[in-house]
Design a protein around this ligand. Structure first.
Ligand code: FNR
Length: 187
């Protein structure tokens, strides 16, 4: 089975971005598994803490990403950019720097996101590109998914009820799955 790791950048119980990731799990092709990984237990980055050793939650997530055929980031947008908690998680995952190639090097990475506003995380998705370039990932540009007005795309239980968005999400995950498949075949 080919595995993609999915990370939601929100810790909120009723997060639209986590709900979007859950909806993606249900739409994956049969041969690809999307595993949702939480960033809940990743501490705030502190060089002193790093000096004492990489926290277990960070090491475990690094290993899961390193072993996966792709990484799917589901990003909220805060103040027209990346939310701090999500950037903090990726910053930890990039430590120590000499381990970046193992975890992120040439890793296919897709970005999607959901927001109650009208632009659906367009600016935070753009802001991620600089980070993905720095980590020498392979950002996937074969599709874009910006779920705007998320309050009406999901119901109160967090189910994706907008059929148009569901179709876009299906297309998005199918496209990214193709890249993950060929990455897996290459290794
Ligand atoms: C926001 N929100 C927001 N939305 C947006 O589309 N553009 C933005 O720049 C911002 N800025 C922003 C800043 C801060 C500090 C907060 C807390 C929120 C709204 C945001 O999209 C909304 O809270 C989403 O629901 C967050 O994603 P989750 O938690 O639902 O996944």
């Amino acid at each position: 089975m080919t595995t993609i790791i999915g990370i939601s950048g929100s810790l909120r119980r009723e997060s639209f971005n986590t709900a979007l990731l859950r909806a993606a799990v249900a739409l994956m092709p049969a041969d690809i598994e999307l595993e949702i990984a939480s960033i809940q237990h990743i501490p705030l980055y502190n060089g002193d803490l790093e000096g004492e050793g990489i926290p277990a939650a960070v090491s475990a997530l690094k290993d899961r990403i390193a072993g996966a055929a792709g990484l799917l980031l589901c990003t909220p947008e805060y103040n027209n950019s990346i939310p701090g908690v999500m950037k903090n998680a990726i910053d930890w995952l990039s430590r120590p720097a000499d381990d970046i190639a193992r975890v992120f090097g040439d890793k296919p990475v897709a970005i999607m996101g959901a927001s109650p506003g009208p632009y659906g995380t367009q600016l935070s998705q753009n802001a991620w590109l600089a980070v993905l370039r720095t980590l020498r990932t392979q950002p996937w540009f074969g599709g874009r998914l910006m779920v705007a007005r998320a309050g009406s795309a999901f119901n109160d239980q967090g189910d994706l009820v907008d059929e148009k968005v569901r179709g876009q999400l299906r297309q998005f995950v199918e496209g990214f799955s193709q890249v993950a498949r060929s990455n897996r075949n290459a290794s």
